[in-house]
Structures are given as C-alpha cells and as structure tokens.
Design a protein around this ligand. Structure first.
Ligand code: F6P
Length: 322
C-alpha cells in the first residue's frame, strides 16, 4: 500500500481534527502518502482532494469542527454515485480509506469496499456515542461538557426565579448525552428514548420536590424521547402541574462545536493511529473502538446495527441523588 485517504463524514464532532492529524502523521511515519478528501462522500464524488503533509495538519488538534469539512451525500447512496467516487480514488492511486464518522458513514464505506474493493477502516466520530463496540465516540465527551456548562448557567437563573426548566440535549435516538449531562449537572430527572417516559410519575416527583421546599428543578430531555422534545413534555407537564413557572431551553448545535476536551483529543489521536495500523495489517470493514482503555477492531456490521445499552445504574443514580 502506497497511498491512503482520510475524510470526515456525517455530523461534525469535536476531535475530528485531532483524528485527521493522527491518521496523517501515522501514515507519513509509515512511509505512506496521504490525501484528504473534502466534504465527505460528496467531495469524493467530485474529486475534491488535497495532499496532506505533516504541516498541513499542524495547529488543528485544539480546533472544533473539521477542517476537511463534512457533508451528508444523497448521491453517494446510489450505485452511480459510488462508481464516480471510486473512479476518482483509483485515478489518484488511493488504495485505502479512513472514514471518521457515524453509522451512515460506515455503511457507505462498506458499500465502497463491496463494489470497488477499496480497503476501509472507520473511526467513530459523533457526539451521540451511539455506536456499538466502543465505550466512547469522538466528540461525545466535549458535547457533554458543553451541555453541563450551559446547564450550570441555567441553574443560576432557575434558582433565582424559582423556575422549572426543561433542557433538551441532542443524541438522535440515544440517551447517552442526556444521561451523562444529567448526572454531572445534578438534574432532577433525565428522560431518554431507551426507557418509557411517564408524565404522571414526573409530576409526582416534581410535587415531592415542592413539598421538600426545593427552589427550582432541571429536567434533561433527550431529543429522541418517546414523549417528544422538551417543548412537548413541558406542555404536557404544565397541563397538570404549574406550581413553578416553566421554561424550555433547547441547547441545539452549541453541543457540536467548541474546542475538544483533552479526553476527545487523546481518544481521536489513539483511534487515528490505530486506524492506519489496521489498514497496514490488511483489516477492512472495521471500526476502531475503545474498550476498557484498549483499542479494538469492531466489524462495521456490528458497530452500526445498534448502540450500547444505557447503564441502568446510572439512570437510577440520577433519581437517587436528585
Ligand atoms: O448525529 C449528531 C447530531 O448532532 C444528532 O445529535 C442530531 O440529531 C443531528 O446530528 C442533527 O443533525 P443536523 O446538524 O444535520 O441538523
């Protein structure tokens, strides 16, 4: 193998730049040439490539977003789109690819391998932590820290005005961001897609809090909760409980930006390094995961089929400590 490519795909996540840097510098150190692909699969279809040397990836480890940009490409979902993309890779002499992204990106990589024989390895880059076979995905820790910081600020004003806040966090159909954010911010309750939300139980809990003379309450709502987003849930609660004035905050895309935490930089550096090593030993169709602090290879078919289960003890801990 002489030349590999690296790209970011799907929603951006803090730490992706650290991953690109690690892939590039590891590959160069092993004597490989490295090409960056702009805008994920869409850039691959358009042949939007840039040669990467060690200086092109200087001064990016601390930056959020992805300097290679990212996109979700409809055209790449078609056989014709993938054929165009593969033709550009072949013309450039690129034999293998590292994709930093989520489950959709890995499905795309698997199709590229099946139809055109390109060797593909993935690094899990998503704030949602919703991939199977890894304890953490790149960007998750930063997103949680961003959400916790925002909620600390909400708590000041909630407490000053004796208000009930519903704070919606991202996570698609997974509750990892909500759970960790709720635990770290001392929330009253955390509502996640993995468990059924009972509005009446939530109201009982809030009433108990009032009786204990609590000044305010913060409920974390995962965007994929079965009872709806924070606005829907606040409305349903307010129909029966209005002892506290109620406010809703949707944290939104601030969770995707910002400088990556040290944890995410280190995770991305290790994963990027392992991805190149995996390519060199001939692996394909695998995601690099972190299990018990070790780098492991997880087949794409497993990684993107479903996500890990939420730790029920942590959900219980939120209730015990609130
Ligand atoms: O997958 C990352 C994520 O931020 C999810 O948490 C969220 O549901 C989605 O992407 C938002 O996507 P977009 O930025 O395309 O609106």
């Amino acid at each position: 193998m002489k030349k590999i490519a690296v790209m970011t795909s799907g929603g951006d996540a803090p730490g992706m730049n650290a991953g690109i840097r690690a892939v590039t510098r590891t590959a160069l150190q092993k004597g490989l040439e490295v090409v960056g692909i702009y805008r994920g699969y869409q850039g691959m279809i358009e042949g939007d490539f840039i040669p990467l040397d060690r200086f092109r990836v200087s001064n990016i480890i601390q930056r959020g977003g992805t300097f290679l940009k990212t996109a979700r490409s409809e055209e790449f979902r078609t056989v014709e789109g993938r054929a165009k993309a593969a033709a550009h890779l072949k013309k450039e002499g690129i034999e293998a690819l590292v994709v930093i992204g989520g489950d959709g990106s890995f499905r795309g990589a698997a199709a590229l391998h099946a139809e055109h024989g390109i060797q593909v390895v993935g690094c899990p880059g998503t704030i949602d932590n919703d991939l199977y076979g890894t304890d953490y995905t790149i960007g998750y820790d930063t997103a949680v820290n961003t959400a916790v910081q925002a909620i600390d600020q909400i708590r000041d004003t909630a407490d000053s005005h004796n208000r009930l806040f519903f704070v919606e966090v991202m996570g698609r159909d997974a509750g990892f961001i909500a759970l960790r954010t709720g635990l770290a911010s001392g929330a009253e309750s955390v509502l996640v897609p993995e468990t059924t939300t009972y509005i009446d139980e939530l109201i009982t809990k809030l009433e108990e809090g009032r009786k204990l003379k609590k000044a305010s309450a913060i409920i974390i709502v995962a965007e994929g909760d079965d009872e709806g987003g924070a606005l829907d849930i606040a409305k349903k609660v307010n129909e029966k409980f209005d002892a506290w004035e109620t406010k809703v905050t949707v944290l939104g895309h601030i969770q995707r930006g910002g400088s990556p935490t040290a944890f995410d930089r280190i995770l991305a550096s290790r994963m990027g390094n392992s991805a190149v090593e995996a390519l060199l030993k001939g692996s394909t169709n695998v995601m690099i995961g972190q299990r018990n602090n070790e780098m492991v290879e997880v087949p794409f078919t497993q990684a993107s089929k479903h996500h890990e289960t939420l730790n029920p003890h942590l959900l219980e801990l939120v209730e015990i400590l609130s």
